[in-house]
Every structure is written in C-alpha cells, then in structure tokens.
Design a protein around this ligand. Structure first.
Ligand SMILES: O=C(O)CCC(=O)C(=O)O
Ligand SMILES: [Fe+2]
Length: 303
C-alpha cells in the first residue's frame, strides 16, 4: 500500500476538485477546515463521542464509536456543507437534469442536493479493517454511473489519519467499475492526512474504514454525505433534529437538511390544500406565501 492519494490545496478551484474526482473518484483537500473550525468541532464532538457505545457488528466495528445527528451537536457542520469546494463539486455530480414529457412540454427535471448522512467515527486501537464497500449501495445504485452519482461524501480528519491508525482505505478509479468486478484488499490506498484536511469521494467509490494497529491512537473523522434529492436521506433527519433546531440555521442549510421540496417536487407537505414547500413551516418570512410545488415548477419550467 505505497500509493498516495492526489491532494489539492484549499485555494484550488472547484473545477480542479471536479477534475480529480472524475479521474480518481477521490481527492484530499489540504487544510480544508479553518483552524478555529477544527478546534470547535473537536470540542463539540469528541467528548460526546467518547460517551457513546462501540458498534455491535462487524461493519460498525466493535472498537469504533459512531455518533449521528451532528447538526444537533456542532454548528460548525454548516461550514463544512457550505464550503464551495465540497458543495459545488457535489452539485456537479448530483444535479444532472434529464428531460421528461409533461403534457405537451419537454421539461428538464433535476434533483437538488440534501444532506443524507452525518456521522463522527472514532476508530480505536485494535479495530480490524472494515469490509470494502460502496456507500451508494444504500440507494441500490447501478454501476457504472456514467457520471450521474447519487452521493458525494466528505471525510474530515479531526485527528491525524495514518495508514497505521485506521485512515480510510479507498480504491482510486473504482468509481468507474461495474457491479461485477470485485474489489480486492490488495488494491486499496490509505487516506493519510493531518487533522483539518478532508477527503471528498464519490458514492460509487470502493472504500473501507482502516485497521487501527496502534497501541493508543484514536482516529477520529467526521463524515457528511451530500445526496441527490431523488433518493431518500439515509439518516432520518426529521427524527434526528427538531424543527426548532433546523430553523436556527440559515435557509441554505435548512434546505440542505431536507426542509425543501426540490425542483423534482420531492418532500412537499400539505398546507391549506396545497402541496407546499416545507420551508414555510420553519417560519421564513420571505417564504410565507404558500405556493404548491407543482404550481412553482410549472411557472419555472413550462411557461
Ligand atoms: O471510518 C471510515 O474511515 C469509513 C467508514 C465507512 O466507510 C462506513 O462506515 O461506511
Ligand atoms: Fe462507507
């Protein structure tokens, strides 16, 4: 396992990030977090994570601690999902329109982007390697994807990631494989990166949590998935976060958390007989006008 992953600086352009993701399915962004954000995330998350139980199955890891609902635990999560190097690169792979007939009109329909998973993952000493898998299995996604991904994920290092302490293992280029080719342990590369750096990877990329062979190092990462809004969010955000908590974030984050009926009309809620955008329920004055999602889409696309 001598190869290393392509890494870019945090001043790179979105186009540069996209280019490496298209080629390798994975890219490391050096110093992705501002120093204050790294310290804030560590303070908010690590003490709580250390109170959680370890996993009870091989996939979760019996020396691994996991904690979800991260927007309820650290407001710094908003900085991760709104960072253009992540959000705009994700939008490139997720927001792909295709044309459908609606009556007499040929209409381009595209999904929006939503947060599908938030999880802090701490791999402890003695944890064996996780089985190699694709995270878009959750959507029963087919491969090759021909560039139309269901998920673009980030793994932010809250502690240093090394090959020895359980740094995530990935198979660069495996996002291009079909569903028949079996991933082999001999093909993996460990994501080695200092705390504050992050690895962005496609949902179709084969990867696994690494083995922690150290005596006393805990590898702590924070993962978030941005998913296309035509798939169900894997983590149930509506049970994980109260409406009051979601309402306390900026509207962009509220919508990313799923309080949005996107341009493909997924996620409406009935208000006064209208299939309405649920953002109205969070009390944004600008969105007080209740307009049905079909009415809105008609006006946007068909006129
Ligand atoms: O913790 C990691 O490095 C990756 C874990 C993972 O891929 C998973 O649990 O799906
Ligand atoms: Fe995974």
């Amino acid at each position: 396992m001598t190869r290393t992953l392509e890494s870019l600086s945090n001043t790179s352009s979105v186009e540069e990030v996209v280019a490496v993701l298209e080629r390798d399915g994975v890219v490391v962004i050096r110093d992705f977090l501002a120093p204050g954000t790294l310290e804030g995330l560590r303070t908010d998350l690590i003490p709580r994570l250390e109170q959680t139980s370890t996993g009870r199955d091989g996939f979760s890891g019996d020396r691994t601690r996991r904690m979800g609902a991260l927007f309820g635990h650290s407001r710094h999560c908003a900085e991760i999902v709104t960072n253009p190097l992540y959000l705009e690169a994700a939008r490139h792979f997720l927001v792909r329109s295709h044309e459908v007939w609606i009556g007499d009109h040929r209409v381009p329909l595209a999904p929006d982007v939503r947060i599908g998973v938030t999880q802090a993952i701490q791999i402890g000493p003695g944890q064996g390697g996780q089985v190699i898998h694709r995270d878009d299995n959750a959507f029963l996604w087919r491969h090759p994807t021909h560039g139309r991904e269901g998920r673009v994920q980030i793994m932010v290092a809250l502690t240093d990631f090394t090959e020895a302490n359980g740094g995530t293992r990935v198979i660069p280029g495996s996002h291009l494989w079909d569903d028949e080719r079996k991933p082999l342990a001999s093909e993996v590369v460990a994501a080695e990166m200092p705390a504050g750096s992050a690895m962005i990877f496609l949902g179709s990329l084969y990867h696994a949590g690494g083995e922690n062979r150290t005596a006393d190092e805990f590898r702590t990462g924070l993962t978030i998935a941005l998913d296309a809004s035509n798939v169900r969010q894997e983590e149930n955000m509506y049970l994980a976060l109260t409406p009051e908590l979601v309402a306390s974030y900026p509207e962009q984050v509220q919508r990313l958390l799923g309080w949005s009926a996107g341009s493909n009309a997924m996620g409406w809620v009935e208000i006064d007989g209208q299939m309405a955008d649920p953002i109205v329920l969070l009390g944004n004055p600008a969105d007080r006008q209740v307009m049905s999602v079909t009415q809105k889409n008609h006006e946007l696309k068909v006129e």
